[in-house]
Ligand binder design. Structure first.
Ligand code: FAD
Ligand code: EPU
Length: 350
């Protein structure tokens, strides 16, 4: 519940976005609209200062590259409630407001004795953004647990509830990615099992569990193992600006992968959604092209992970994008494989 003194929304002009994107790119939004009570959305969006202007919705900005100042309004959700909607013998249904911190939600669910989200520990960002690219890590994707997404549909000007099928989840993909800013997601509903088979197969989890001395793992142990691995591999955005993997792992036809493997037998290959396709490691190709640890001014490639572009301080969105283009051109030239950015580019086209 909102307290009586808390506003349902606030509007700030010329707002810095530096703390609102994990690359810490210094950009300004013409207006920043914070909505704490989503039911007011239709009336706030109809305000003369907001209506008819471009609108960009942001969570924690951990999957965006902002190239330049943002015209119009940046909308951020500040509703951070977690509610239990239903307790059943084998599962519990949980609703999380769009503004809930994702990792906080994972930890809360484990404390409640619920499982499912443990492999997704320590992913930055908000619950509201989690369905956009169907966040995934260590053998799990959030779409497996999402029962419904509640949103304001800006095209139909109505509240909508999308079930799992309507979300059309895929690898780093969903219906929301194809129509950016159409659906303003106000909350997600997760169906979390009380018990389920733990996913320990992803490279590194078993070894980490052994190092931790865990013999009979429970979901919380998996989360701790994932947290340890992630802390070693991925730079902390509070210390070194980044947006996680900058490129998606390309999904290629099996025949093309077989040819690649003849030339590069060490190329890591993973299963894909379709049987006749395989996901190949973009990090490996980028590292093989010599980019790991590269630095040009304040933009660079993380020394700990070739897929992560980093901002050492004052890199602009344009400079980071220029580096991304050089990397992708060299991967294309060496391997004949196009790689595409994972973060949303704001104010630029790929
Ligand atoms: P933002 O970056 O603010 O927004 C991302 C997109 O979602 C934008 O298009 C935005 O318009 C849209 N959006 C945000 N909120 C809403 C809303 N309420 N309604 C409608 N649209 C919305 N991702 C993974 O999948 N797996 C990982 O393992 C992973 N690891 C990461 C590690 C690091 C260090 C970092 C920095 C990022 C990582 N990411 C990973 C990427 C990122 O954490 C996720 O994509 C996350 O879901 C983004 O959440 P956000 O709130 O920061 O969204
Ligand atoms: N690798 C290299 N060089 C590197 C890093 C990795 O060759 O510098 C090789 C590893 O040896 C390994 C393979 O690449 O065989 C895969 O590496 P990793 O397990 O780190 O996974 P990834 O494919 O690079 C993906 C996701 C991550 C997610 C991890 C764990 C994408 C685009 N990225 O990374 O998600 O955390 O798997 O599941 O699918 C993100 O989306 O932002 C993100 C961090």
């Amino acid at each position: 519940m909102m307290s009586a003194s808390m506003p349902a929304w606030t509007l700030t002009e010329n707002a810095s976005l530096k703390a609102l994107n994990t690359f810490h790119v210094d950009a300004v939004a013409a207006q920043l609209l914070e909505v704490f009570e989503p039911s007011v959305l239709p009336e706030v969006l109809a305000l003369p200062q907001v209506a008819g202007q471009p609108l960009l919705v942001l969570g924690s900005g951990s999957n965006v590259l902002i190239a330049g100042d943002v015209a119009g309004t940046v909308l951020v959700f500040g509703n951070r409630n977690i509610e239990i909607l239903e307790h059943r013998a084998d599962h519990t249904v949980v609703r999380a407001g769009a503004g809930v911190n994702w990792h906080g939600l994972v930890m809360w669910s484990l404390q409640q004795g619920l499982s499912g989200l443990e492999n997704l520990a320590l992913i930055p960002g908000t619950a509201g953004a989690s369905p956009i690219q169907n966040i995934g890590a260590y053998g799990a994707q959030v779409g497996e647990f999402i029962q419904a997404v509640d949103a304001w549909d800006r095209v139909e000007q109505t509240w909508v509830r999308l079930d799992t099928e309507a979300c059309r989840f895929g690898y780093r993909d969903s219906v929301f990615k194809h129509e950016p800013d159409r659906y303003l997601i106000t909350s997600i509903e997760l169906r979390l099992p009380l018990l389920h088979e733990l996913r320990l197969g992803y490279a590194g989890i078993g070894e980490e569990m052994q190092a931790m001395g865990v013999e009979l793992p429970v979901a919380a142990d998996v989360a701790n193992a994932v947290i340890n691995i992630r802390r070693r591999k991925l730079p902390d955005p509070d210390v070194l600006g980044n947006a996680g993997s900058f490129f998606k792992n390309p999904v290629l036809p099996l025949e093309q992968v077989e040819v690649l493997l003849q030339h590069y037998p060490e190329l890591p290959v993973f299963p894909a959604d379709q049987d006749d396709r395989r996901k190949v490691s973009a990090a490996w190709m980028i590292e093989t092209c010599g980019w790991k640890g590269y630095r040009d001014g304040d933009s660079g490639v993380a020394p700990s992970h070739a897929l992560v572009l980093v901002n050492y301080g004052a890199a602009s969105g344009e400079q980071l994008l220029a580096l991304a283009r050089r990397i992708s051109a060299s991967v294309l030239e060496t391997f004949g494989v196009p790689i595409e950015p994972e973060p949303r580019l704001i104010g630029a086209q790929w």
